[in-house]
Design a protein around this ligand. Structure first.
Ligand SMILES: Nc1ncnc2c1ncn2[C@@H]1O[C@H](COP(=O)(O)OP(=O)(O)OP(=O)(O)O)[C@@H](O)[C@H]1O
Length: 263
């Protein structure tokens, strides 16, 4: 197995404050990682580093075997699919859903031509179908609900057949039925050996799809724990990560957590 991500002693400092504080993390091919932590913990910052959009202040980063700082990021980025809120501002509201997915194949966020290869369009529609929103393909992006936008961005991130898929809170703002449907679809992807390595940021253990193998917990920029889910996602680590007493349970292939009642 080869390393998909290798961060060694990485810090990101802004205004004299470490947003990510001496974090080391290695993720290997085929692994599916959940990144957990409270608001402001540094999860998105870590994901920005993992996507090559942010260089650390100190430490070294290797992504898909390429060292950040030595590699041409414009060659590396097409190998990484990213779905997160930071993309939302870059998608024109009047662009159709299928165009929004399709433009990823051309390294763009907005349409700039009249026609696309038929095979690309077929693939974009297939991906929308896999995410359960084929019926929205010809709607404009600006008319979608939050959950529908998230699914569009995941379809878009998969369009280039990336080796690494980074998802930032894919289920945030999604209703219970929508979340469970999304969990099924992400679970199917996670279990597919041909699917890319995956890293998903979330606040909730309930949002870890079946098939995920590892987790990393971060609080205040610092690594709390990382490793295989079974060993790492414990009540003790989760309580430390979120700063209050929590119990976590595995239920089949999924997880639940709740706070302990006040004494
Ligand atoms: N450019 C910046 N300059 C200063 N502080 C920043 C900058 N970007 C982010 N931060 C701060 O860094 C901390 C970590 O932010 P980050 O977005 O990585 O957290 P997060 O774990 O993803 O949070 P959330 O769960 O709320 O999305 C936050 O306190 C945020 O306010």
């Amino acid at each position: 197995m080869s390393d998909v991500l290798e961060l060694v002693d990485v810090s990101v400092v802004r205004g004299g404050r470490p947003l990510v504080d001496h974090v080391s993390w290695a993720a290997e091919e085929g692994e599916r990682w959940a990144v957990l932590g409270p608001n402001g913990a540094g999860k998105t910052t870590l994901l920005q580093v993992a996507s090559s959009y942010l260089h650390p202040s100190t430490g070294t980063v290797q992504i898909l075997g390429e060292k950040l700082g030595s590699v041409d990021v414009f060659e590396l980025r097409p190998r990484i699919g990213i779905a997160g809120a930071s993309m939302l501002d870059r998608i024109p509201r009047r662009q159709t859903v299928v165009e929004t997915v399709l433009t990823a194949a051309y390294g763009m966020t907005a349409t700039w031509r009249e026609s696309y290869d038929r095979s690309d369009e077929d693939r974009a529609r297939l991906l929308l179908d896999r995410l359960g929103i084929a019926h929205l393909a010809d709607r404009t992006f600006g008319t979608l609900s939050e959950g529908e936008r998230k699914r569009t961005l995941i379809s878009r991130a998969l369009m280039t057949d990336p080796e690494l898929l980074l998802l930032d809170e894919p289920a945030a703002g999604v209703d219970l039925g929508g979340r469970e449907d999304l969990m099924r679809r992400l679970g199917r992807l996670a279990k597919d050996p041909a699917a890319p390595s995956m890293v998903m940021v979330t606040h909730h253990v309930e949002e870890i799809p079946a098939g995920f193998t590892h987790c990393l917990m971060i609080n205040n920029g610092k690594l709390v724990a990382s490793g295989p889910l079974e060993e790492t996602l414990t009540s003790r680590n989760l309580s430390k990560c979120f700063g209050l007493p929590l119990t976590v349970e595995r239920q089949g292939e999924r997880w639940t957590a709740r706070g302990l009642p006040l004494g």
